[in-house]
Design a protein around this ligand. Structure first.
Ligand code: HEC
Length: 177
């Protein structure tokens, strides 16, 4: 008797699941394009656009310096530094910044586009992101003031910590570079 009841119940659930729920709508190409933001280390996913550190300086002053300070030194205890710490990662006091820690310039671009300015994320145009990324990299001594960053040149910027990450060595984790 008990199993009979269970059978009846599950038949009811299956019937309910085959009904459409009656809400939501198929995602359009524009909907998915909005979410499809990932930029890969080799530059795949970067939109076309361009900018230099010189152009980025003004954007940085207006939209980033309030938190990250004039030269990217951050505000201790409040907002992270974006510069410095190169070579400090193996010391007793590692300072992780864009310059010392981030392995790919393309990831910096991706992060700034998605998440910054912290109080207005996704408000920058592609050109503004190229320019302000160039400025942050320039503050770290990694690109020249007038060097144009675009979807071709950005992936070619070699970050100091590019080779600083090692695959997990545990035998049951099949990770490799
Ligand atoms: C209102 C304050 C604020 C503003 C304005 C702001 N940021 Fe940030 N930023 C933050 C905070 C807070 C974090 C840390 C977020 C976290 O760890 O989740 C951060 C993190 C970052 C990081 C990653 C740092 C790291 O090494 O982890 C970058 C790069 C960055 N911001 C760039 C920018 C740029 C470029 C702008 C201007 C376009 C900007 N930020 C504007 C508050 C701000």
């Amino acid at each position: 008797m008990r199993s009979m009841l269970l059978l009846l119940c599950s038949a009811g659930v299956i019937a309910a699941q085959s009904q459409p729920y009656g809400f939501g709508q198929p995602a359009t190409a524009a909907d998915t394009a909005q979410k499809d933001l990932t930029v890969f280390p080799n530059g795949k996913g970067l939109p076309s656009g361009k900018g230099t550190a010189d152009q980025g300086a003004a954007i940085y002053k207006e939209k980033c310096a309030e938190c990250h300070n004039e030269k990217g030194e951050g505000r201790p205890g409040q907002y992270p530094a974006l510069v410095g710490g190169i070579g400090s990662l193996t010391s007793a006091k590692p300072l992780k910044t864009v310059g010392s820690f981030w392995p790919y310039a393309t990831t910096v671009w991706d992060y700034i586009r998605r998440a910054m300015p912290f109080d207005h994320p996704r408000s920058l145009s592609a050109d503004e992101v190229y320019a302000v990324t160039a400025f942050v990299l320039h503050l770290n001594g990694l690109v020249e003031r007038t060097q144009e960053l675009n979807e071709k040149t950005l992936p070619a910027v070699k970050m100091p910590n590019r080779d600083g990450f090692v695959p997990d060595r545990r035998p049951d984790i099949k990770s490799k570079r």
